[in-house]
Ligand binder design. Structure first.
Ligand SMILES: *[C@@H]1O[C@H](CO)[C@@H](O)[C@H](O)[C@H]1NC(C)=O
Ligand SMILES: *[C@@H]1O[C@H](CO)[C@@H](O)[C@H](O)[C@H]1NC(C)=O
Length: 413
C-alpha cells in the first residue's frame, strides 16, 4: 500500500514536472508552423497557370491585380500604371556597341524553356516551405541584414570587413541622380558557406547610412539561403529605413508593382559566362518618372518590369544622392579565415575580358533626365587583396570596370 502510494506520488510529480515543457514546445512548434503556413499563403497568390522550371522552381502566373503589391495599405486603391510617362534616352545605343561587346549574347530566364505567362498576369517565383524554414525567422525571410551597404567616403568605413560584408565598387555622389544604367557580366561565383552570398548590382541611394537610408537595388545574386541552390538569379531589393523594418528582395513583400509577364524576379538567369569562353551580360536601367515620381526598372532592351511607387520612400521621393555599381559578398569567416566565396567571376580585374567580371556602359540619369556618363567616379574596396576593382573608359564600352576576386588566397588569409 505505502509503496504504491509513493510510486503514484512520484508519477504525479513527474507528470507535473514534464507536462508544461512538452506542452510549451508543442505550442511553440505549432505556432511556428502556423506562422510559416500563413506567410506562405500571403506570399503565394492563387495562380492562373503554373510552370515548372528545369531548376526546380515553380513559376506562378498570377493575375496582375492580385500581385503582392496590393497587400500594401497605401496601394489598396492604386491604379496600375501600365507604362512609364517618361523613358530616358541613351547616349550609347546597343546598336553602336561593337566588336568586344557583341561577343556577348542575349540572355533569358531558364523557366522560359517550359512555358510563358499569359498577358494580364505576372510571373512570380513560388516560395516553398523550405525557403522560409532556412531563414532565421519567418519575419526575416526575404530581408537583408542591416548594414548591408557601404558608404565609401565615410570615416567609419569598415576596413576589416567586421560587419562581414565586402565590396568592390565604383560610385558617384554629391549630385542629384534620377536613375542609373549598366550592362553587367553574368557569372556563377562559388559560395563557401550557405549563409553567405555573392552579388553584382546597382545601388540607388538616398538619405543617411545606418539610419534612414533609402535604397533601390537590382542585379544578379547567388544566395543559397534565400533560394536553396547555387544558381545565378535576377534580383531586386528596396528599403526605406536602412534594411530595418521596410523592404525585401524581389516580390517577397508588398511594394514593387510588376507589369511585365515575361521576367520573374528571383528566377535563374541563363546562360552564364565561362572562363575564357562565351560571355553573357544583362542590361539594367532604373529611372525615376518625373511626373508620377515612381522608380521604374527595365531588364535588357525590351522588358520594362514595373515600378516602386514614390510613396514607399522618403529621400528617394525627390532624387538619389549616390549611385554605386559593383560586387558584394558576405565574409562570415566561419573557420577563422577569410571566406573563399568568390565575387564576379572569382578572378581579379587584372585578368581582363573573358576572365574577370565586368560592368560596361555605366551611365546615370542626370538633372535633365537624360542618360549620361558619370563624372568624378570613385572606387572602393575593403581589401584589394581579396576582391578588387579597376575602372576605365573606351569608345566601345563607355565607362566600364572589371571587378571581383577569389576571396581567400595567400595574400588574403
Ligand atoms: C480606398 O477606397 C475606399 C472606398 O472609396 C476608401 O474608403 C478608402 O479610404 C480608400 N483607401 C485608401 C488607402 O485610400
Ligand atoms: C552549392 O555549392 C557548394 C560548394 O560551392 C556545395 O557544397 C553545395 O552542395 C552546393 N549546393 C547545392 C544545393 O547545389
Amino acid at each position: 500500500m505505502g509503496v504504491l502510494k509513493l510510486l503514484f506520488l512520484l508519477l504525479l510529480m513527474l507528470i507535473s514536472l514534464s507536462a508544461p515543457t512538452v506542452a510549451g514546445k508543442t505550442t511553440r512548434h505549432r505556432h511556428r508552423r502556423l506562422k510559416v503556413h500563413s506567410h506562405l499563403k500571403k506570399l503565394n497568390k492563387p495562380p492562373v497557370k503554373s510552370i515548372k522550371s528545369p531548376d526546380g522552381d515553380i513559376i506562378d502566373c498570377v493575375h496582375m491585380a492580385h500581385q503582392p503589391a496590393f497587400d500594401h495599405p497605401l496601394l489598396r486603391n492604386h491604379t496600375i500604371q501600365m507604362s512609364p510617362n517618361f523613358h530616358p534616352e541613351g547616349i550609347l545605343r546597343e546598336s553602336k556597341v561593337s566588336s568586344k561587346a557583341s561577343k556577348s549574347k542575349d540572355i533569358t530566364q531558364l523557366w522560359h524553356l517550359k512555358g510563358r505567362c499569359p498577358k494580364g498576369t505576372i510571373p512570380i517565383r513560388r516560395t516553398k516551405k523550405e525557403d522560409i524554414l532556412r531563414a532565421s525567422s519567418v519575419k526575416s525571410y526575404g530581408k537583408k541584414k542591416p548594414h548591408a551597404t557601404v558608404k565609401p567616403t565615410s570615416i567609419d568605413i569598415d576596413l576589416n570587413g567586421q560587419n562581414g560584408h565586402q565590396h568592390a565598387i565604383i560610385y558617384v555622389e554629391g549630385g542629384q541622380y534620377y536613375g542609373a544604367k549598366a550592362t553587367i557580366n553574368v557569372w556563377s561565383p562559388k559560395i563557401q558557406q550557405t549563409n553567405e552570398f555573392s552579388l553584382s548590382q546597382i545601388w540607388i541611394l538616398g538619405g543617411t547610412f545606418g539610419e534612414d537610408l533609402n535604397s533601390i537595388e537590382a542585379g544578379w545574386q547567388v544566395s543559397p539561403d534565400l533560394y536553396g541552390d547555387n544558381n545565378t538569379r535576377l534580383f531586386t531589393y528596396w528599403t526605406s529605413d536602412a534594411y530595418q523594418a521596410t523592404g525585401c528582395y524581389n516580390l517577397l513583400c508588398s511594394g514593387f508593382v510588376q507589369i511585365n509577364n515575361e521576367i520573374a524576379m528571383g528566377a535563374s538567369i541563363f546562360p552564364i559566362s565561362s572562363y575564357k569562353g562565351s560571355q553573357y551580360d544583362i542590361s539594367l536601367l532604373i529611372w525615376k518618372d518625373p511626373k508620377e515620381g515612381n522608380w521604374w526598372m527595365q531588364f535588357g532592351n525590351k522588358y520594362v518590369l514595373g515600378y516602386w511607387p514614390a510613396f514607399l520612400f522618403s529621400y528617394l521621393t525627390d532624387s538619389a544622392s549616390m549611385i554605386e555599381w559593383g560586387g558584394e559578398v558576405v565574409n562570415s569567416e566561419s573557420d577563422g579565415q577569410h571566406t573563399s566565396t568568390q565575387m564576379g567571376s572569382g578572378h581579379f580585374p587584372g585578368e581582363g575580358f573573358g576572365k574577370a567580371g565586368y560592368f560596361r556602359n555605366i551611365q546615370i540619369v542626370g538633372e535633365s533626365n537624360s542618360l549620361r556618363a558619370p563624372e568624378d567616379i570613385g572606387t572602393f574596396t575593403e581589401q584589394p587583396s581579396c576582391y578588387d576593382v579597376e575602372n576605365g573608359k573606351s569608345d566601345d564600352w563607355g565607362n566600364y570596370f572589371f571587378y571581383g576576386g577569389p576571396g581567400r588566397n595567400p595574400n588574403c588569409p
